[in-house]
Design a protein around this ligand. Structure first.
Ligand code: ASP
Ligand code: MG
Length: 422
């Protein structure tokens, strides 16, 4: 049993959907679980719909929906499905229901509304992809909300593993006995009170990992528009190299530091069951891509570079110049956690505690006013954070050249530099 995940770019138009079908047809004797994201930039477009809904702007709301509807229906038509194909009716019905949300009820909770609306992207894409696949293979559409049970933390829901495992056995395994290919949605789940939840942006990879874990799949393949996992983001670094084989551990480290090729939560369930993960190109599906398994032999061969731009570094000290002690640290962490912020780098000294955050995620006045009740806070903006895995002096010189180092940290395999461009 194999699990495939196709992201938005791999299903962005009819040609792309046909390409997905071609890739699937290369695996004729396998049972496949195919996890699909929303088409192209649909998730962003649906975020605009939520915004218009929340702000009670009916003309924007309807306008965005019409655009999304036209886009999906034109893909269906380009796939030459007959006009009376049930998928047309299903899709038109979904858009009608979405439009009705505007008048229907009082809005109470933004994140709840978000999940009910944004999850539609995956529902639409899977209906279309499955409709196309069905003409050539024995496929079936399955609602992932019948498989993945989560808590009710909307927009960032946590999987309830034991229920999910039971649901997969009950609702997915029998389907795999009947059909060769099951098409289901990435990114979405269902809470115990039966409302749709989402796993966080880019969460479809994680869905593939969850389902693979529950069915004990042989492997997972994430099909991307890059040849595999690269040792750096080609938009930022020159001469990038493909990582041919890395370990689960290395993949977790890289995604933790910010490598964006795979969703950070994806690898852990696969590592627990030793399920190989491939990252491959949907443009050149016969190329080897990257293989991620328990083999650590190749991890150190190619240094990896991860860049996070637009960092802001805070430095917190006590008002009376006393030491920053454990009590202060736990207080500062509580503030950061309460504001939902994620620390990218931290360091403490006798008199201060420093931490770097993504600038765009920080409400600066709120954070400062909270911290400054008990502390004095300084900050340094417009920094960049570079992490090098498997560094040496040459790679350090390369990334720190012409930059002022504000903070540096090194462990055996990882060097990190928070820097200001001169
Ligand atoms: N469609 C969702 C997003 O764009 C989930 C995913 O693509 O993985 O964030
Ligand atoms: Mg996407």
């Amino acid at each position: 049993m194999l699990v495939f995940k196709f992201g938005g770019a791999s299903v962005k138009n009819a040609d792309a959907v046909r390409n997905v079908a071609r890739i699937i047809s290369n695996y004729p004797n396998q049972k496949l679980i195919v996890v699909v994201s929303a088409m192209g930039k649909t998730t962003n477009a649906l975020e605009n719909v939520v915004d218009a809904l929340w702000n009670k702007d009916k003309s924007r709301f309807n306008g965005y929906i019409d655009e999304i509807a036209t886009y999906h229906i034109s893909i269906l038509k380009d796939l030459s499905l007959p006009e009376n194909h049930p998928s047309f009716i299903k899709i038109i019905d979904l858009f009608e229901k979405l439009k009705n949300r505007f008048e229907e009820r009082k809005l109470e909770n933004y994140n709840y509304e978000y999940d009910q609306v944004v999850s539609l992207g995956e529902i639409l894409s899977t209906i279309i992809v499955e409709a196309h696949l069905n003409s050539s293979i024995k496929s079936n559409w399955l609602d992932c909300r019948k498989l993945i049970q989560t808590d009710a933390l909307h927009r960032n829901a946590n999987v309830v593993w034991n229920t999910t495992e039971k649901l997969v056995v009950k609702n997915l395994i029998p389907q795999l006995n009947k059909y060769d290919c099951i098409v289901t949605q990435g990114f979405i789940g269902c809470s115990s009170d039966n409302s749709t939840t989402t796993l966080g942006r880019e969460g479809s990879d994680y869905t593939a990992g969850i389902l693979a874990y529950c069915v004990n799949a042989e492997s997972v393949t994430i099909w991307k528009d890059v040849p595999g996992m690269l040792n750096a983001d080609p938009k930022i670094f020159k001469n990038t190299k493909k990582l041919g084989n890395i370990s689960f551990r290395e993949a977790i480290e890289l995604s933790y530091y910010g490598a964006s090729v795979i969703h950070p939560k994806t690898v852990k369930p696969l590592q627990n069951k030793q399920i190989t993960l491939y990252v491959k190109s949907f443009i050149q599906p016969n190329e080897s891509g990257t293989k991620i398994d328990s083999n650590m032999d190749y991890d150190h061969l190619i240094p990896s570079f991860i860049m996070k731009q637009k960092q802001i570094l805070f430095s917190v000290s006590s008002k009376d110049f006393s030491f920053i002690i454990e009590e202060n640290l736990s207080d500062i962490f509580a503030i950061i956690s309460k504001l939902g912020l994620k620390i990218n780098l931290m360091q403490n000294s006798a008199l201060s505690f420093s931490f770097a955050l993504d600038r765009e995620k920080v409400n600066l006045s709120m954070l400062l006013s909270t911290l400054n009740k008990n502390y004095t806070t300084k900050y340094n903006d417009d920094l960049e954070l570079v992490t090098i895995r498997h560094y040496d002096q040459k790679t350090i010189n390369l990334v720190t050249n012409k930059k002022e180092i504000i903070l540096a940290q090194k462990t055996r395999h990882t060097a990190r530099f928070l820097m200001k461009p001169y």
